[in-house]
Design a protein around this ligand. Sequence first.
Ligand SMILES: Nc1nc2c(ncn2[C@@H]2O[C@H](COP(=O)(O)OP(=O)(O)OP(=O)(O)O)[C@@H](O)[C@H]2O)c(=O)[nH]1
Ligand SMILES: [Mg+2]
Length: 317
Amino acid sequence: MGLFGLFSKKKKETLDEGLSKTKENVFAKITRAVAGKSKVDDEVLDELENVLVTSDVGVDTTLKIIKRIEERVARDKYVSTSELTGILRQEIASLLIENGSADGESFDIPADQKPYVIMVVGVNGVGKTTTIGKLANRFRQAGKSVVLGAADTFRAAAVEQLEIWSERVGVPIVKQQMGSDPASVAYDTVSSAVANGADVVIIDTAGRLHNKINLMNELTKIKRVMQKVIPDAPHEVLLVLDGSTGQNAFEQARQFTAATEVNALAVTKLDGTAKGGVVIGISDQFKIPVKYIGLGEGIDDLQVFRKKEFVDSLFGE
Ligand SMILES: Nc1nc2c(ncn2[C@@H]2O[C@H](COP(=O)(O)OP(=O)(O)OP(=O)(O)O)[C@@H](O)[C@H]2O)c(=O)[nH]1
Ligand SMILES: [Mg+2]
């Protein structure tokens, strides 16, 4: 096996491992749903609907999937229950691929936007700062120069936490003291990146403010101030969602995308939860692409979201 095969094998295992709780949960439920049945009939489809809804895929997406499987069963006349997971895998993958944007191919950034500015948003505790650390590491590994901006000035520990990541990854950080104006930190960060010819800027933001209106106003202000340096910044507004909260992650995606211009999603904490099905629903329901998935607390536990690979892993043997 060549080097490439070795790497892709390792990555695949990690995805399987990361999703193991969800996999076990989905399989146990499907096994129960088809117990004592040899063919896929209305009763099995009803059970399957239940399995998907209770696996956090979400009602709308579940109905689409069931409809596709119904059509398939009607077309093929006899579908045995042993074929069910294979069919699920195919139908879910094609639903996501037809409905949404293309997969992110790698941890790459457009060459014509330099520095490429990523602003990371999301409610508190979802994994923003951790995702920034992991992302910075990936970009660095890809040979890019990265600058982090500690624009979560709401609590002292937030700046320290980003600083630890900047040391771990070996990238510079721009910060001010706690309580300072986040927009001013973002301005300094972008200015420093331009002055130093950096490739990527990643701005951390607070998830918790006195209220939601304050938070949204602050994000708007951070954007506006960065635009004084780079008119089309931020190029990416990455909304981080905690996958382990299931339907709550959906709700946050709905609220944030309505209030601010998000153009990429990251779903974290898929390890250690049985609610990984939520990524399928989010990927189907939001026109905004799921770009990254978080599979652990470690520096390497971030992957580019690839639909087919994800569905194969979730419903694979
Ligand atoms: N298991 C697991 N834990 C994660 C993942 N991503 C983040 N975490 C953990 O979740 C906790 C919160 O992560 P943070 O990165 O601090 O979240 P945040 O959104 O920056 O939080 P605030 O700054 O409070 O808004 C930390 O303990 C992280 O280690 C993940 O993919 N898997
Ligand atoms: Mg944070």
